[in-house]
Every structure is written in structure tokens, then in C-alpha cells.
Design a protein around this ligand. Structure first.
Ligand code: CTP
Length: 489
């Protein structure tokens, strides 16, 4: 395995180890990933385990690396972390107890390398390569991790019940690795997850969501959610999605399984975009379908307003998941709220004014919204798919044309509230809202162009109807068309 230890840092560690005469190994994700053919230069997190003091070794290595390297020591846990360029090196002493980063429980009992390996999460994460001179590059793989890598299996080194009871987050880690690597979870390991699933409740939401985010980053995140469901974890950590499962039938009419549909949408979308927030939007776009589901005789199954109600559910879900409640949440909420609009639009003749309104409402999210809607087509009927995609292509083309012409994407009213106060000598009040809205609606409907002159003409007429008298006049030159005006909407 020497050929994998190309990074100069391994040479430096090896020199220090030689002086200290402690068994030292690189272990975990680095070994797994290079054996999976990842280039060693691309692995930035390196875990080092030493039969001795992890902190002591790290201090010496840090001295050798010079001042470019920084050291953080976690005395309670007997670990230390060196940052050097884009590398993160974690040092830990071999231990008899379970290895856990972020554990609150201090770990004290030292052990042999094999003790340490057996307390790790999966066989593929328990392989170690020696950094000691006489055994440099030797692989120690007592649990046949290499075999499992070849067979594409996620399996615990110990009895899985024991491994998961050491740290229940590992149930999610297993699903994350299976999803990312396209591996199967070994039957016994999976059965143990099913049995222990409720123990996930003792794990902090931050760690759970960290794993969900990692599942989201994979090429086929849908598989991860399917596995979460199959082992009973979904019901605990994302009950809203679990509720979407299943098919009801009345009078011989059934609706599709909204959970499976959602996962298909998510995978379709993941093939088009890496944006994690767009992926979250795909996961939740139909989240309110169970709450809005109705069978209406003569019509069939309906999910009225599931777009609006779904959008309302987003802040609560984000809060519980400890996902950010900032503009990222608002982005997801907006996409959920608007996800039906392009579909409805493309089912009819695509009018300019409908497209203009869509651009106005979606703003900068318009392209992402279209991507989501295209991913939302999961019909198995090729003709239906072709028809929808063709219509969406028309909508996309119109979006570009209309945006070029009318600039409504980040709509700035051509006449501001201040302008209206000045022209009619009035104080802020109801009339201003009415007038501004009338102009906005006329622009969106295509009755007037999005320019100052026509808007001004219209304003004067509308104001007359409200009984307002013009007391000042606004020079058109103050508003060069196309130039931004103050937005006080
Ligand atoms: N580990 C463990 N149990 C955990 C977390 C980590 O046994 N709950 C062990 C595994 O041996 C793992 C190593 O610690 O390989 C490093 O953990 P971490 O950096 O979280 O994961 P990696 O395996 O390196 O994978 P990645 O960085 O891709 O998440």
C-alpha cells in the first residue's frame, strides 16, 4: 500500500513515529477511499491512530510541519487535529471503547490497534495502513473490509447491535455510505438498524441533519430515503415524508404513491443540479399532499392548495431539522409554493401575460423552478413526458423573450410611492397602494409597457377616478427608462 502514501505528510509522520517507537496507522475514510480508487491527493481528511498518545504524536508532527500547520488539542477525548494546507489530520490513541468524533463522553481506556478497529463503525472503515518504518504501507484488515469493498457491502465489524448501541448515528452513516457508494447493507446489519431505529432519538438533531445533508449530496439521494424508510428511521426523523407513502383507492380510482414519486423527482433533479437547496425543495415539493388529499366523486383524487400549504410547512420542518432559517429556507419555501405554476401554465396556451406573472413571482428562482418542474414529470407514458417537456421548452423560450422585452424578473415599479405622493401632494396611505398595484397589474397583463411614460399616463387616469388632483408634475427625464428607480414596495 506504500504507493498510496504519496503525500509528504506521511513521510514526516513516519519519521516522528520512528523516534517515538509507537505503532501508528492511517485508518478509516482515507484507506477506504483510496482502495475505492480515489486519488490519494483528493482525500483531505486523514485519520491517524497510534497505540500510545495521539496528542503527543500530533504535537511532534506539528513541530516538524512548521508554522504553516495549526494544532487543536481535545484533551478530554484524547484527540488532536492538525490543519495543514487543505489537509485535516486527526490523531487519536487506540482505544478499547467506541471511536466517536463529537462524542460528549470522554474516552480514556487505551487499547491495541485491533481493539480500536473492532469498535469502529463498518468493516470498510476499519482498515489500517502502517506508518512504522519496518511495516510501512502494510494493510491490516482483520474484518475483511477489502472483501466487503469488492462485494459492495456495508457491514459492522462486531455484532451490529453492539456497534449501533455504541453510537446510534452509525445507522444513518451506514445508509449514507450505502447511498454514496452504491453498496448494499448486509442483512444482519440492516435488521439491527430496524431493531434499534428508535435509539436515533438520543442523537442530536445536528448530527442527524449532517447525515441527511450528506445523503442529499449523493448522485441518487432517493435511494437513501428509500433505505431510511425501509428500516423505520424515516418515520422518526422525517414523519412528513413517511406520511406520503401508500396508495388509496376509491371507486376503482387510485392516486400515485406520493413518496415514491417524490424520490423519483429528487433523483431526476439530482441528475440536473448539485444545489442542495434545490434538492431539498424537490424532496418537500409535495409534502402537503397527505394533508390536502380528497376524493371528489366525478373528479377523482385532488390535492387542492398543497403548494400553498406545503410552503407553509417548510419553516417548521427546517426549524425542527435545524436547517438554516435564512434565505435558503425562503428559497425552498418559494419553490414549493410555485411548483405547480409552470405545469398549469404549460397545460394551456402559453400566454405572454401568464409567463410575465410567473417571472414576476419567481424572480431569480425562475430557472431553478423550471428545473424542478421538469424533474417533476415522472409519467411512465412516453408521449405524456414528451408533451410536457415540449411545453416546458416553450415556456422557457418565452421566459427569455419576455424578460428581454419587459424586464419583470426583479420588478421595480416605474413610478414609486414617493413619486405618487409628490405628484398628488398626498401623505402615505391607501391610495398609493391602489395606484401602484394598478400599474403593476397593467404591466404584468401586458396592457402597458414596463416604462415610465405609459405608467405615468395610466397613473394620471387612475388617480382621477380616485378623485385625486395633480399638484406637481414629474419630469420624464427623471426616470430614464430602464434605469432603476427606488423600490419602496
Ligand atoms: N467512525 C466510527 N463511528 C462514527 C464515526 C466515525 O467508527 N460514528 C470511525 C470510522 O472508522 C471512520 C472514521 O472514524 O472511518 C472517521 O470518521 P469520519 O471522518 O466521520 O468519516 P469517514 O469515514 O472519514 O468518511 P467521510 O469523511 O467520507 O465522511
Amino acid at each position: 500500500m506504500q504507493k498510496y502514501l504519496v503525500h509528504p505528510v506521511f513521510g514526516i509522520i513516519s519519521e516522528v513515529v520512528e523516534e517515538r517507537r509507537e505503532e501508528t496507522w492511517v485508518i478509516g475514510g482515507f484507506v477506504r477511499d483510496i482502495l475505492l480508487d480515489k486519488s490519494p491527493e483528493d482525500v483531505q481528511d486523514i485519520d491517524i491512530v497510534v497505540v500510545g498518545s495521539g496528542i503527543g504524536l500530533a504535537e511532534k508532527v506539528r513541530q516538524k510541519l512548521g508554522k504553516d500547520a495549526s494544532l487543536a488539542v481535545y484533551k478530554n477525548f484524547g484527540t488532536a487535529m492538525i490543519r495543514h494546507g487543505n489537509l485535516e489530520l486527526e490523531f487519536v490513541g487506540a482505544r478499547k471503547e467506541s471511536y466517536r468524533r463529537n462524542s460528549r463522553k470522554p474516552i480514556v481506556e487505551n487499547g491495541t490497534l485491533e481493539d480500536d478497529q473492532r469498535r469502529r463503525d463498518f468493516t470498510i472503515n476499519a482498515m489500517a495502513i502502517s506508518l512504522n518504518k519496518d511495516t510501512y504501507g502494510d494493510l491490516l484488515d482483520p474484518f475483511n473490509g477489502q472483501d466487503d469493498l469488492r462485494k459492495k457491502i456495508i457491514r459492522t465489524p462486531l455484532d451490529p447491535e453492539e456497534t449501533f448501541s455504541d453510537d446510534p448515528l452509525r445507522m444513518l452513516r451506514g445508509i449514507r455510505f450505502a447511498t454514496r457508494l452504491g453498496f448494499e447493507i448486509h442483512d444482519k446489519t440492516f435488521e439491527a438498524i430496524k431493531k434499534a431505529n428508535s435509539r436515533i432519538r438520543i442523537v442530536s438533531q445536528e448530527r442527524i441533519t449532517g447525515e441527511l445533508n450528506k445523503i442529499m449530496e449523493t448522485t441518487r439521494p432517493g435511494r437513501g430515503f428509500r433505505l431510511l424508510d425501509a428500516c423505520g428511521l424515516l418515520q422518526i426523523i422525517l414523519p412528513e415524508l413517511h406520511r406520503m407513502k401508500g396508495v388509496d383507492e376509491v371507486e376503482g380510482i387510485h392516486h400515485k404513491d406520493n413518496f415514491l414519486h417524490t424520490l423519483e423527482v429528487l433523483d431526476n433533479l439530482a441528475a440536473k443540479s448539485d444545489d442542495p437547496w434545490l434538492r431539498w425543495a424537490a424532496l418537500f415539493h409535495d409534502v402537503a399532499k397527505p394533508a390536502t388529499k380528497k376524493f371528489e366523486p366525478g373528479t377523482g383524487w385532488t390535492f387542492h392548495a398543497h403548494d400553498f400549504i406545503g410552503a407553509k410547512m417548510i419553516p417548521g420542518i427546517f426549524k425542527r431539522l435545524k436547517l438554516p432559517l435564512n434565505d435558503r429556507m425562503k428559497y425552498v419555501r418559494k419553490l414549493v409554493r410555485l411548483h405547480l405554476r409552470p405545469i398549469v401554465l404549460s397545460q394551456e396556451t402559453v400566454t405572454d401575460s401568464a409567463v410575465r406573472r410567473l417571472i414576476f413571482d419567481a424572480g431569480d428562482e425562475i430557472e431553478d423552478l423550471m428545473t424542478l418542474c421538469e424533474a417533476d414529470i415522472t409519467s411512465k407514458n412516453e408521449r405524456t413526458v414528451r408533451r410536457h417537456l415540449k411545453n416546458f421548452a416553450i415556456v422557457r423560450k418565452k421566459i427569455v423573450e419576455i424578460e428581454e422585452k419587459d424586464h419583470v424578473r426583479n420588478f421595480q415599479p416605474p413610478i414609486s410611492g414617493d413619486d405618487i405622493q409628490y405628484i398628488f401632494g398626498i401623505k402615505p396611505g391607501r391610495e398609493i397602494g391602489i395606484l401602484k398595484n394598478a400599474i403593476k397589474e397593467a404591466i404584468l397583463d401586458g396592457k402597458i409597457e414596463n416604462r415610465f411614460e405609459p405608467a405615468y399616463r395610466m397613473l394620471l387616469e387612475e388617480a382621477k377616478a380616485l378623485g385625486l388632483k395633480q399638484v406637481n408634475s414629474l419630469e420624464a427625464s427623471r426616470h430614464q427608462d430602464g434605469a432603476p428607480v427606488e423600490d419602496d414596495r
